[in-house]
Design a protein around this ligand. Sequence first.
Ligand SMILES: *[C@@H]1O[C@H](CO)[C@@H](O)[C@H](O)[C@H]1NC(C)=O
Ligand SMILES: *[C@@H]1O[C@H](CO)[C@@H](O)[C@H](O)[C@H]1NC(C)=O
Ligand SMILES: *[C@@H]1O[C@H](CO)[C@@H](O)[C@H](O)[C@H]1NC(C)=O
Ligand SMILES: [Zn+2]
Length: 445
Amino acid sequence: MPAERSNGSEQIPLLHEEDLKGTKTEQSRWRRRSWSEWLILCTLCTVGIFAVVHDLWSRLHGNATLPADPKKAAKQILSASPVIDGHIDLPILVRARFANNASAFDLNGDVVGHVDIPRLKAGKVGGFFWSAYVSCADWAGYDEGADFLNSTWRVRDTLEQIDISHVLISKYSDTFQPALNSKDVKKAIKKGKIASLIGVEGAHQIGNSIAVLRQYYTLGVRYITLTHTCHNAFADSCGTLPEKWGGLSPLGYSLIEEMNRIGMLVDLSHTSDNTARQALTYSKAPVIWSHSSARAVHEHERNVPDDILALIGTGKGKKDAVVMVNFAPDFVADPGKANVSAVADHVDHIAAIAGKKHVGLGSDFDGIGSTPVGLEDVSKYPDLIVELVKRGWKRHELEGLTGKNLLRVMEGAERVAKEIQATGAEPSYEIYDKRTDLPMRGRDL
Ligand SMILES: *[C@@H]1O[C@H](CO)[C@@H](O)[C@H](O)[C@H]1NC(C)=O
Ligand SMILES: *[C@@H]1O[C@H](CO)[C@@H](O)[C@H](O)[C@H]1NC(C)=O
Ligand SMILES: *[C@@H]1O[C@H](CO)[C@@H](O)[C@H](O)[C@H]1NC(C)=O
Ligand SMILES: [Zn+2]
């Protein structure tokens, strides 16, 4: 009501006479202070303001002072930014040991391998890519044929690996939470869950078909490694085999375009150097190496050479990417020499060439037969962070290493997909030209 409103203004305390008087006496008291008192007050104020601004600045830029004890420092870093591992092979372990029978083993119990729930928690893991891996045909003792036409049943096996990942993520839904994008990952971490992403480890697993790529995406897969240990219809693998395509095949370029369009990350681990170089340059979206280390630190075909690391970054002629360091002792050091400091050497080297914003962790746990001393399973990540704190890595740099660098790359790929889709770009309808079943002939109808 209007009457009440006009009365109301009288109740504003600052306009009461008493308060005005009070202010006056207060003012005269202030005036009586000596110059020296003023000086001390001003100094204290300046120091106070500086401290607050400095703290805010540090928090924003992630440089807030770490505890002097590296163990405590690592703990703080991992609480703010838990590990998001680029490559964990739990699904293939369940396939190989338990024929994908999720009842036959207990992730809370005494699990064979490097990964179980208690150790994931001890290791401050906030997320990982479940690798939906099936081997190349030759690895399994089959001949896939010169044109890769003979092993499309690998699609079935991949679907089974995606399925067992979904089954386990939902069986242990108190711990795991499915994640389809960078936002989901952050949400899961905020809730104290382990963000669960899925990656497919080799384009041999898509049955020579770009349509299968799209369907994997709808099933939640968010990266495809362009090759595993074999060449395929899209690209050459690393290793001693003579090159088949000299990097990407013509269809491989189309595959990358389609991956960019739908928002599937291009993973360059396992690829030949030519494949990696061409894909890195051609991809519109940032790319990853889900589980590879540095070749200059230890000579191994699966590691990334310096000239390719030099193409990574945000400057002119460079592409954003994250190289997620693999812990496989063969990749890390000479026999018997792989330990925490050797792994840290790879992290340091990739950081030195590509930049600290372009290195991550992709342990390959459950996919490697042995482990470095001190990094025996998923509970040990904090010890690697301790080592890097000792080497002078700063808080924000380590938060990048453990997860934020990968999240930035995911966000980049999500943005590119949105932009391409906004142009109305059509899906790729290309058919691998060596296929004999399409286009259809009369006899098939
Ligand atoms: C799965 O494993 C459980 C527990 O070992 C066993 O009881 C069950 O028979 C298995 N199911 C199949 C289909 O093998
Ligand atoms: C296709 O694979 C089968 C085994 O699964 C093998 O016997 C056959 O020789 C292969 N065909 C070709 C063309 O390589
Ligand atoms: C790792 O091994 C090297 C020798 O290869 C040794 O000098 C170093 O101290 C070891 N580091 C750790 C953390 O054990
Ligand atoms: Zn691998």
